[in-house]
Design a protein around this ligand. Structure first.
Ligand code: NA7
Length: 293
């Protein structure tokens, strides 16, 4: 398929590379010039990238970036053709997604929101899991692209439902990790070896994929970003906004947001979100260590 891929960050770069590998005709664009994907064409702006494309795929930071790329100067809007599909793998606002889709529908363009999970490693290995919103027939047309980048697709409903699902998923990751971090902090302060606590967690119903994935990094105090704190912070804010729009109260997430605010003030925005643990440690006056004390 002829695909324009817009946004070559950690995720987007690997996804575009996998589209090329699968034999698709890909043209890429990135806001900051200099990023490229071997085997793909490069366009100077989103409108030029979208020229003649069957599918325009986005993967950028936030709602404002998606809006600018679609509707700003030299935006995709300048190159729309009847039957084109726009797919967005950024994590952005569900209600803004619905508005963008409505605006584009009047021009004969379909919109699919396709945020994903699987992080950097999943993107590199074409093992992403997509949670998708859009019409069934449109999503089916995108199947060769989903298969080139991921291992599973879940259709969650109409356009916007992919983003709604992604927020509900990341809400759980943030809260599960916070629970784990608070447990490690308390146990350490009370004299329990954190490695023993982790072994116990793994043997009981308290275990979780989040803990299993994060524990080795935390015990080694390795906070290099797998999922940067700044992006989890953005997702927490998006989730609270979406909840407010829907008149839903999320008291636990509101509290966790404050921890992300403080972690950002402490300069941790580019570390992994697991670095939120360091605030708890500071308040408790301890450090969680992988080695026995
Ligand atoms: P990264 O690695 O932070 O990359 C972000 C990308 O978004 C990168 O290509 C940026 O371009 C681009 N970006 C950011 N703001 C803009 C604006 N205003 N206009 C155009 N392009 C922009 O993020 P990931 O790849 O890890 O994640 C991408 C999304 O997937 C995000 O929503 C996650 O929550 C999930 P730059 O190179 O900085 O010019």
């Amino acid at each position: 398929m002829r695909v324009a891929f817009l946004g070559l960050g950690i995720m987007g770069h690997a996804m575009a590379a996998n589209l090329v590998k699968a034999g698709h005709e890909v043209t890429v664009w990135n806001r900051t010039p200099g990023k490229m994907v071997e085997g793909a064409g490069i366009a100077p702006n989103p409108a030029a990238a979208a020229q003649g494309a069957e599918v325009v795929w986005l993967c950028v930071s936030d709602t404002a970036a998606v809006e600018k790329i679609l509707f700003g100067a030299d935006g995709v809007e300048q190159s729309l053709t009847e039957g084109m599909i726009i797919a967005d793998s950024s994590t952005i606002s569900p209600s803004a997604t619905v508005k963008f889709a409505e605006k584009l529908r009047s021009k004969g363009v379909s919109y699919v929101d396709a945020p994903m999970t699987g992080s950097k490693i999943g993107a590199a290995n074409a093992a992403l899991i997509f949670m998708v919103g859009g019409e069934v027939a449109v999503i089916e047309r995108l199947n060769p692209l989903f298969e080139a980048m991921g291992k599973k697709i879940f259709r969650m409903g109409e356009t916007g439902k992919g983003q709604a699902t992604k927020l509900a998923m990341n809400l759980q990751i943030a809260l599960i990790f916070e629970g784990f971090a608070e447990a490690l902090t308390l146990a350490t302060k009370l004299g329990v070896d954190p490695r023993q606590l982790v072994s116990l967690i793994e043997a009981t119903m308290v275990r979780s994929g989040v803990v299993e994935y994060k524990a080795p990094f935390v015990l080694q105090r390795d906070f290099t970003p797998n999922f940067p704190l700044r992006l989890m912070h953005k997702d927490i804010r998006l989730t609270l906004e979406a909840a407010k729009e829907a008149r839903v109260k999320l008291p636990a997430l509101e509290t966790v947001e404050e921890i992300y605010d403080l972690a950002t003030e402490e300069g941790h925005r580019d570390l992994d979100y697991a670095a939120t643990l360091t605030l708890l440690e500071k308040w408790a006056g301890i450090q969680v260590k992988g080695e026995a004390a």
